[in-house]
Structure formats: structure tokens, C-alpha cells
Design a protein around this ligand. Structure first.
Ligand SMILES: *[C@@H]1O[C@H](CO)[C@@H](O)[C@H](O)[C@H]1NC(C)=O
Ligand SMILES: *[C@@H]1O[C@H](CO)[C@@H](O)[C@H](O)[C@H]1NC(C)=O
Ligand SMILES: *[C@@H]1O[C@H](CO)[C@@H](O)[C@H](O)[C@H]1NC(C)=O
Ligand SMILES: *[C@@H]1O[C@H](CO)[C@@H](O)[C@H](O)[C@H]1NC(C)=O
Length: 456
């Protein structure tokens, strides 16, 4: 349809379009548009012509012949399809049956969705989304509303929002005219950190944990850099949760934003960044967490224009401790303590589970810490004790401790051991005496003779 419009024919087109509009079609530039023939059209009876601005675009005759005058046109059954509507080709398409009997006018109106900023946006940017629908002159204006990325309907052709991660995604403008709906989409990208978990995270020596933080999946580091990122880092704020005991914040990692993207440890505290940093995954991995790892982990991204994005993840560490130690002798007193280091909210519960062969019962506690006092441990209490943290019917984490309990030596065993020792000693003394006497006789044969004769 290149060079379709010839100036001399524009007047004619205007005249023709005044004869009435049968159908209004909304389309965006480059959309595919389907032009339906009038209902009265019978393919075996009529000649069919489509024209735009007085110029013939396509024709069909009753004996099956047809022709197209532009390479963006195709027939689909009796309908004419414009595969990609160019910028300048909006207007009235006229269908005639026979040479001059106008049967139908299709008014193709332009729909344009736009945004007054270039994507990606930073949180806090004010952005206007506009849905511009050409008005059909003689008809009433179409109804326009928007659907945000969550699919929620918002009225008005223009939406002004202050960008946040929630605005990330596809916005849809819906134009309704004559009960026909046309949708046009626009993609909004906001550089933002993924939302922090809404509840605290739980870990222990027995269960590793990923402390999450990431940029949206569609955004590259190049785009983040182009928005003027100044620094990315992780900080740790010690906090036992029980009171005022909270230490100074510590810088854990800083992201080196030079040519090669990588984390530089400041004081890593045994944490390791996950491997998918290039894909925007800023998460940290913590293995065998200890009491000293309890606290808040903060992921921060700073931009030159002053915007600072922060996500705080609270990490709780479940711990099981045996007092006095883990290697015991049966009969000793033992205290097992399972603690989270902070008050338990009403939906949390601690469970202390003895090894299978133990005669002791499972202990459940709504209070912190869970404490089990065993006045005399038995060898059956040897093995793995588990402490579990439950939230209603879900286990949040667990910690394991292995106890080794040796049997106590009994009185009878002591008597037997002593007797055996005494017998062995006596035997040794006897053997010694015998050997000694024999040696004396060999060294002094005379005395032996004397002795011998003395007897006889
Ligand atoms: C976009 O529109 C909003 C709301 O009208 C305005 O606050 C903002 O400055 C505009 N941004 C640009 C780049 O024009
Ligand atoms: C990266 O850039 C920072 C500051 O811009 C600089 O201090 C540091 O030496 C650079 N590192 C490398 C490896 O070039
Ligand atoms: C980041 O990496 C961790 C560990 O590989 C994975 O569990 C997590 O799902 C990743 N997060 C995102 C947003 O891809
Ligand atoms: C166990 O706890 C009790 C009371 O909490 C305490 O009196 C006792 O000394 C503790 N025993 C050990 C071995 O820690």
C-alpha cells in the first residue's frame, strides 16, 4: 500500500466518507486489521471492490477471480486483511458491490499508547501513560480504561503513577466502542529490588538458608548502570531480638560495578553470594548459621540521583545446646536447651524430639527457650536429638544435636575387674619368686649340693 494516497483523490475520499460509517475499527500502527465484507455480499453473485482514498485496493469477481494492489494485503476467505497497517493509512476503507454502489465504510482509527519517560524507570519517577484513541467524528467517544499489570481496572485515558516495582509489567489500554473491545499494551519496566520476605526467615546449623534479594528478571545490569547506579551492598545488623543487645552494623559485601561484575567481601562472616549475580540475583547463602548470625541483613542499591532501594531480611537462628556437654556417662544430669533467641509469637512452637530408642517423651513448648532437664541420662538417650520450630502445621526449621552416652561401670563390674587384677598380680609375684630361686641354684651349684645332701 505504498504511495496509495494520491492528492487528487483525497477530495473524493472525503466525499465518500460522508456517506456514513458502518464499522469503526481501532488499531495500533503495525497491527493486523481485518476488513469484513458487507452482510449483503454473495461471493457467487457480486463483484467486490475495496478502496481507500478513492484508490482501488482489492477486488473479487463472482467466478472466483481476485486481485490485490498492495503487498501488505491478503485475502482470508471473503475478508481482506491488512497484515501491518502503516502510520499514514488510517482512515475510511470503502467496500462496493458492483462498480459504484457503496455498501460499507470501515473507519480505521488510530489507537496509540505511550509513556512520557523512557523505560526502565526508577522507583519514585513520575510517569504518565496515555491511551490516545482517535474519535469517530459523527459518533460518540469510545470508552477507555486501563488494566494495570495486576489486571486491576482503572478508569481514564491517562494514568499518572509514581513508579514502584508493582508497576513493572504490561499495562493494557482497553477501548470499547459499539460493544467491540480493542486492547493495546505497553510495557513498563522499573528497576527495583524484589520485595523482601514478609515474615522472618529461619535457619540453623542443620539447615542452610538463602537470604534473597534480586533485580527484576527482565532488567540487565547495563540498564541498571545506565540509570546511574552508584553502589550495591549487603550490611548486617546484629540483633538478638530479646532486647537492647544490638551491635554495630557491619558491611558484608560491596558490588564492584567495574567491567567485571563481582562481589567484594568486606567482612563476609561465612556468607557466600549465590552464583547467578550476572542474572541479577544478589542473594546471599548462609550455611551452618550460629547464634551470632541472628539479625537483620540489608540489601541496598544506591543511585546517583539520590534514590536508595533497601530490602531488610530478618534471619532467626534456631539452636540446640547440651549442658554440660555432648559426651556423657549414663547417670549424669543433662540439660537440653532449644532456643530461637527471641520471644515466640503466639503461632510458634518449639518441639524437642528424643531419639527413637529413648524412653523420654517429646517436649513441646510455647515459650522460649524449650528446656529439657534430664536428672539421669541413660544409654538409650544416645543419638540425634532434634529441635523443631513449628508455625501452626508447618515446620519452619530444625536443629540437630548428637549425644554420646557411655554406660556407667557397675559395682559388680568393679569387683570383677579388681579381683582379676589382684589374681594377675599374685600370679606375677609367684612366677617371679620361682624364677629367682631357680637362678640362685644355677649360680651356686655347691650350695645346691650342700642343700641336697642336707636333705638326704
Ligand atoms: C511525565 O508526566 C508526569 C505527570 O504529568 C510528570 O510529573 C513528569 O515530569 C513527566 N515526565 C517527563 C519526562 O516529562
Ligand atoms: C573499580 O572502581 C572503583 C571505584 O570506581 C575503584 O576504586 C576500583 O579500584 C576499581 N577496581 C578495578 C578492579 O578496576
Ligand atoms: C537466586 O539464587 C538462589 C540460589 O541459587 C535461588 O534459590 C533463588 O531462587 C534465586 N532467585 C532468583 C530471583 O532467581
Ligand atoms: C540444669 O538446669 C538446672 C535448672 O535450670 C540447673 O540447676 C542445673 O545446674 C543445670 N545442670 C547442668 C548440668 O547444666
Amino acid at each position: 500500500m505504498r504511495n496509495l494516497i494520491q492528492p487528487a483523490l483525497i477530495l473524493l475520499s472525503v466525499l465518500m466518507s460522508t456517506t456514513g460509517t458502518d464499522e469503526v475499527i481501532y488499531a495500533q500502527v503495525n497491527d493486523m486489521v481485518t476488513l469484513e465484507p458487507p452482510k449483503t455480499y454473495s461471493p457467487t453473485e457480486h463483484y467486490l471492490y475495496w478502496s481507500f482514498g478513492g484508490l482501488e485496493l482489492a477486488w473479487r469477481n463472482p467466478i472466483g477471480g481476485s486481485g490485490l494492489n498492495a503487498d501488505i494485503l491478503i485475502w482470508s476467505g471473503n475478508s481482506l486483511i491488512i497484515t501491518k497497517i502503516p502510520q499514514g493509512q488510517f482512515g475510511t476503507f470503502t467496500c462496493t458491490l458492483g462498480r459504484d454502489k457503496i455498501e460499507k465504510n470501515c473507519k480505521l482509527l488510530r489507537l496509540q499508547v505511550s509513556m512520557n519517560q523512557t523505560s526502565p524507570l526508577l522507583p519514585g519517577d513520575r510517569v504518565s501513560l496515555t491511551c490516545d484513541a482517535e474519535k469517530p467524528h459523527s459518533l460518540k467517544s469510545p470508552q477507555i480504561h486501563w488494566l494495570n499489570p495486576q489486571g486491576v481496572r482503572i478508569f481514564g485515558y491517562q494514568q499518572t503513577v509514581t513508579a514502584t516495582g508493582l508497576h513493572n509489567g504490561e499495562w493494557t489500554c482497553v477501548v470499547t466502542n459499539d460493544n467491540k473491545e480493542k486492547r493495546a499494551k505497553i510495557k513498563v519496566t522499573v528497576v527495583d529490588l524484589s520485595p523482601a520476605p514478609t515474615s522472618p526467615l529461619y535457619t540453623s546449623k542443620s539447615q542452610p538458608l538463602t537470604i534473597p534479594c534480586s533485580i527484576p528478571s527482565g532488567i540487565s545490569w547495563e540498564q541498571v548502570k545506565a540509570k546511574g547506579v552508584q553502589g550495591v551492598h549487603w550490611d548486617y545488623f546484629p540483633n538478638t531480638g530479646l532486647s537492647h543487645i544490638s551491635g554495630d552494623p557491619q558491611r558484608l559485601f560491596s558490588l564492584s560495578l567495574n567491567d567485571t561484575l563481582r562481589w567484594q567481601p568486606d567482612r563476609s562472616r561465612g556468607l557466600t553470594p549465590v552464583s547467578s549475580l550476572i542474572k541479577g540475583n544478589l542473594s546471599l547463602f548462609i550455611n551452618k548459621a550460629k547464634e551470632e548470625d541472628r539479625g537483620d541483613y540489608v540489601c541496598t542499591m544506591k543511585f546517583r540521583n539520590g534514590v536508595t532501594l533497601k530490602r531488610t531480611v530478618q534471619v532467626n537462628v534456631l539452636q540446640i545446646i547440651s549442658s554440660p556437654e555432648t559426651d556423657l556417662i549414663s547417670g549424669q544430669q543433662l540439660n537440653l536447651t532449644c532456643s530461637l533467641g527471641r520471644l515466640l509469637s503466639s503461632d510458634l512452637q518449639l518441639k524437642l524430639i528424643p531419639p527413637e530408642q529413648s524412653a523420654l517423651q517429646l517436649l513441646t513448648s510455647d515459650r522460649e527457650p524449650a528446656l529439657l532437664n534430664i536428672p539421669e541420662v541413660g544409654t538409650g538417650d544416645s543419638g540425634k536429638w532434634r529441635c523443631e520450630l513449628w508455625q501452626r502445621s508447618a515446620r519452619l526449621t530444625y536443629a540437630v544435636i548428637a549425644l554420646k552416652i557411655e554406660p556407667k561401670l557397675s559395682v559388680w563390674m568393679l569387683i570383677i575387674i579388681c579381683s582379676v587384677t589382684v589374681i594377675v598380680l599374685l600370679l606375677l609375684v609367684l612366677v617371679f619368686i620361682l624364677c629367682h630361686r631357680r637362678q640362685v641354684q644355677l649360680n651356686h651349684p655347691y650350695s645346691y649340693v650342700l642343700d641336697h645332701t642336707g636333705w638326704h
